[in-house]
Each structure stands twice: as structure tokens, then as C-alpha cells.
Design a protein around this ligand. Sequence first.
Ligand code: SF4
Ligand code: FE
Length: 495
Amino acid sequence: MALMTPETFLQSLVDLNLEIYLFGKKIDDYVNHPIIRPSINCIAMTYELAQRPEHDDLMLATSHLTGKKINRFTHIHQSTGDLSKKVKMLRLLGQKTGSCFQRCVGMDAVNALYSVTWETDRARGTDYHGRFTKYLRHLQENDLVADGAMTDPKGDRSLPPHRQADPDVYVHVVEKRREGIVVRGAKAHQTGACNSHEIIVMPTVAMREGDEDFAVSFACPANARGVYYIYGRQSCDTRKLEMNDLDVGNPRFGGQEALMVFDDVFVPWDHVFLCGEVEFSGALVERFAGFHRQSYGGCKVGVGDVLIGAAALAADMNGVSKASHIKDKLIEMIHLNETLYSCGLACSCEGYRMPAGNYQIDMLLANVCKQNVTRFPYEIARLAEDIAGGLMVTMPSAQDLADEKIGPIVEKFLVGQCDTPAIDRMRTLRLIENLTLGTAAVGYRTESMHGAGSPQAQRVMIARQANIDRKKELARELAGVGKTWEKDKIRAPGA
Ligand code: SF4
Ligand code: FE
């Protein structure tokens, strides 16, 4: 099958007929639901850009399995160049959507599983890698969206999975049959879950003896029997139900998270990629998280570009763009945004070949990247709000602007520099509101904090990767720590 178009992607979602609940009700025509549709448009953009020749280099790659052109979102990185192009592709998509476009989690899942299945086979004599590459071929040839599902609800965080009062708070195997396994549990805040054709489940923490039933990785269709979704709310999401595009701020695009439930789902053995090998769950978690921490050095930067642009536009419309403090704030926003991009590119350029043949990012730099992402977007958002001014959260609604009597009054008083029409000022300020406080703030702010792991998770990895002993050695050498000091043989510095 050729690459999908946005239209065929949309039809494929209709055909999936997923079981989705929102506001306590099952949603039948979810593809046209005003709260859900903007998130679908985001993933459709990953198909649309892949059709445009000017984006070939970033959006397409050559499959190492088939030699065919595939969407980069289904590609296994074959070089540091591939790793860098991934970051650039995500920045481009962030710029086009101003939102989380969701498809990266599946890409990061397949890249983590590629090497972990290979290593598990070498150590345990299993045949996971062969199964996995066959499955990967299916994803590539059909240009599918996969949801990389890692985060379990986790219950009492002080207890390991097998000691939880309710074992279902971690996805686990409840039955092994000759043909496959039966799994139960849930995955929380799953990005793009309801816009995916496939789900790739991975364990959420490093596991130990006793946790064998929880050390499970597998793939199943998003509409597998027993899988259903409870749609996550976002700040200001019901504005989308008002059916006016002005007050939403970014009406075409949006992110999506859902609670994904596995109610005794059967998975055939050829879709099982880890089952009981507890010692490999940690590597899978670290590599998936590492790849997704690299991703943030692209996607959040693209959204940051939109926010910086919107703040600069607001300044123009207010007639303050020449004020030195405004210029300085915009420079600071750019500096922070490009620092994130530098981190995304740095961990890619310093990537290396794994024994399985694929390329892995530099783990230390990827974790530094994400640690910065837990901070800089907040400062960029703060500066954008500063430049936007209070009108962003006090201005009248679209209905007021449309009203026969008070509409002209709103227009009269919201006019900006050189008669900038009130409607354009309102649009720009609503976009900033959307990115900093509205639905897109989920992706730009809170997801920057917790997505791909909360800040502490990166600090643990930074501590582990930093080789502090080597740094001590460097200091010891230069300071001469441990050498005898002969006070009568004092030499001039540099001698
Ligand atoms: Fe992709 Fe960024 Fe969304 Fe993660 S947060 S799925 S990297 S757009
Ligand atoms: Fe994310």
C-alpha cells in the first residue's frame, strides 16, 4: 500500500469504529466531534506534509526493511542524520499545528523496541525481534499510526506492581494460552490514543523478580475486543462546542489524551514482544523515554515559534514593537526556544549505532533537553502573556462582536495600531490564550513538565549518565590533589 493521504487516514479512523467515552457518553461519530476533530487534523498533517515534495527530505525515509519510501514516523533511525531529521520534522509540525500532533509516541516506541527485542533474544534465546520486525513492516507498508502506550496508572507508587492492592493499576498478563496471552489493566494519559490504528504497549517502570506478569510488551489493533477509551478533558475544551472559531484561538488543531482500558484483551503470540523478562523492562522504559525526550527538542520548539510569532504580532498591533523592553523580551523567548532546539539536535548528532543496527540518541543530552523543556516553555509563556497584556483574558466573546448592537462598540474600543481591526487583535490574543491557558497549554505547558517523564525522572538519568567520577578525576589532576607538596620547591604558575 502507498502512503496514506489525509483523506484516507480520516476514512481509516471511521472504519476503526473505536469505543470512546466523553462526558459520560459513548461517542459514535467521533471523527466529526468538535472536541475530538482538531486532534485528528493534527495527525492528518503528518500525512499531508508527507505528500508535499518540498518536505520529502524530512517527512519521508527509506525503509531499511523493504527499501521503499515510507513516512518517517514509521522509520527506524539508520544514522545520526536520521535522528536530526526527526527533530527538524517535529519542529516543522509544531509550527504547522501549534499543538501536539501525537504521532511521535509510536515512532519512539518502535525505535526503542527494535534494539530491546534484539538484545532480549541474544540473552534469552527468544524470537521477539523477528516477530517485531514483521509487525514493523506491517506498520510501514500500511503507513499506520501507532500509539506508544507506556504510562500505567501505578496506584501506590511506594509498592512494586505485584504488591499493589489492585494489580490492574499496571497492565499485566492474566492468562497464557497456546495461541497468545490475555492482558488486563489501563494506560493513562495516552497521547493520540483515539487517533491511532495500533497500540504498542510497553512496561512503565524497571521491574524485578515477582513482577514477571507485568513485564509485558505487545501490539494490538486500537479496536481490539476489550479495548476502550475515556477521553481526557483539556482546559477550555467546551469552547469548541460553542461552534465559533474565534474564541478557541487555534480552531483547526489540538492535542488529545485518553485513559485507555484493557478489559481482558487477547493478544496472539506473534504480537508479543516481551513477556516475563523483567531485566529488560528498564532498558525499554529508558530508551522509549530517551527518544521522546529528544522529540521535545523539536515539537515544543515548533509550538514555541508560533507563540513567539503571536507575541510579536500582538506587540505590532498594540503599537509597542519598537519599545526596547518588548524587543528584549522577544529576544529572550527566541534564545530559550533555540536552546531547546540545540539540545534536540545535540543529542541526535551525538547518537550512536546499537548492536541491533539502529541508531540511539545520546542519553545524557536527551535528558538535559527534556529537563530544559520542563522550564523554558513556562518562561516563554510568561513573557508572551506579559507582551499580550491583560486583554487576552478580559476581552468580550465572539458573540459580542457578532451582536448587532454591541458588536460595533467592541470593534470601536478594541481597535489597535493603524486601525488594526478588532477581529485580528482578538484572533491573535485568543491564539496566545490557547497556547498558554487553553487546550494547547496541555501540550505546551503541562506536557512539557510531565510528558516523557516528570523532571525528577530526567534528574535520575542525568545523575546516572554524567560520570561524576571522571569529572572528579579531571579536577584532581589539575589541582594536584594527592601529590606531595614540598614547600621549599614552590614553582611559578605555568612553569
Ligand atoms: Fe509528539 Fe511532542 Fe506530542 Fe510527544 S508531545 S507526541 S513529541 S508532538
Ligand atoms: Fe508527549
